[in-house]
Design a protein around this ligand. Structure first.
Ligand SMILES: [Zn+2]
Length: 337
């Protein structure tokens, strides 16, 4: 891992997700100075996505009259199994074609600036731990529950990356051995049962079986346009089908959470991502499942809370990751290995 050679300059942080790219200029004391959103258009493949990342960097700097020489580093949080030390996206269910893509070095070469790469949920875990819901907590798990489920693990105040840097892929733990097929190649993964995608699919399944819902009218009969967000809106309006679909997904969310609680005995589990916006509608039933299925002591001890930084968790964490060498300023000396 390289050193930050221009410590007082801001970091340019990128959160590269399957749906959107967030780019932000973040000061050396981790304040967001500017941010920009773009669509990833992941289905167009790695080269197109990399070109968009570079374009995002150029646009954000251009708009804010900042030169590449005025930033200390670029730090990219990417959705997928990332080898941080080698700077590779090794595979990604949400970025098709990203198989061993040396994203860090490609961006570094294009921009001529020291560049870092880590997993997006690991970055968000760092962000929430340092500046969000997890401030001061020793052991926590961060989950992003949206199209899929990503995870980041903080153990003894340090980001746990595992041997290759891919630790925390909790969305792909098997919950149902013969469950629905997953883009990772396995079956019955947690994200196939408890993500936003799973929620939309469950609502559509029930409607196709003949159940009545205000959702059918909401999408004018085009069931493929049903999204987790629409199911949430329908549920808030009291739609019984939407409420039942959410309770089904919350049950599976709770099953996975119970596994994590038994394995890690964490002080806190922070839930971010689009599904977290449902708040207690999702979290309350999930907590009840944890209390029923996990061991009593860790189940009662864990605090399952929504994210505080929301969409910014990834870019803030990516900046923290890049700034980790500034020990005197951020007191991160024992923060990362
Ligand atoms: Zn999977």
């Amino acid at each position: 891992m390289g050193k930050v050679d221009k410590p007082d300059l801001p970091v340019l942080a990128i959160d590269l997700g399957g749906t959107k790219i967030i780019a932000a200029i973040i000061s050396s004391n981790v304040e967001i100075l500017a941010r920009d959103y773009h669509l990833t258009l992941a289905s167009k493949g790695p080269q197109a996505v990399i070109d968009r990342v570079i374009a995002c960097i150029d646009q954000l700097l251009g708009k804010n009259n900042v030169e590449l020489s005025q930033i200390s580093s670029i730090s990219i949080a990417a959705a997928g199994a990332v080898d941080s030390s080698r700077g590779l996206v090794t595979s990604s269910p949400h970025l098709p074609g990203f198989d061993d893509v040396p994203l860090r070095d490609i961006v570094k070469e294009k921009c001529g600036v020291n560049t870092f790469l880590l997993n997006d949920a690991s970055a968000a875990a760092l962000g929430e731990h340092r500046f969000g819901a997890g401030k001061g907590v020793k052991n926590l798990i961060y989950l992003t529950v949206s199209t899929g489920i990503g995870g980041g693990i903080i153990i003894d105040r340090r980001l746990y990356l595992g041997l290759s840097g891919t630790a925390g892929e909790v969305g792909h733990m098997t919950i149902e051995v013969n469950g629905p097929g997953c883009s990772c190649g396995s079956k019955g993964c947690w994200e196939q049962l408890a993500s936003g995608t799973a929620l939309a699919r469950e609502a559509v399944r029930r409607i196709r079986q003949g159940e009545v819902s205000s959702l059918t009218e909401m999408v004018r009969g085009k069931l493929r346009n049903i999204t987790a967000e629409k199911v949430s809106v329908a549920a808030q309006g009291g739609d019984p089908l939407a409420l039942e679909a959410i309770s089904e997904v919350a049950y599976y969310l709770g099953v996975g959470l119970a596994n994590l609680v038994n394995i890690f005995n964490p002080e806190m589990i922070i839930i971010g991502g689009g599904m977290a916006k449902m708040g207690e509608l999702l979290l309350k039933p999930a907590r009840e499942v944890v209390l029923k299925r996990a061991f009593r002591l860790p189940a009662q001890a864990v605090n399952i809370v929504p994210s505080q930084l929301g969409d910014d968790a990834g870019v803030i964490g990516a900046a923290v990751f890049a700034l980790k060498d500034l020990e005197s300023k951020l007191e991160l000396s024992d923060y990362l290995q």
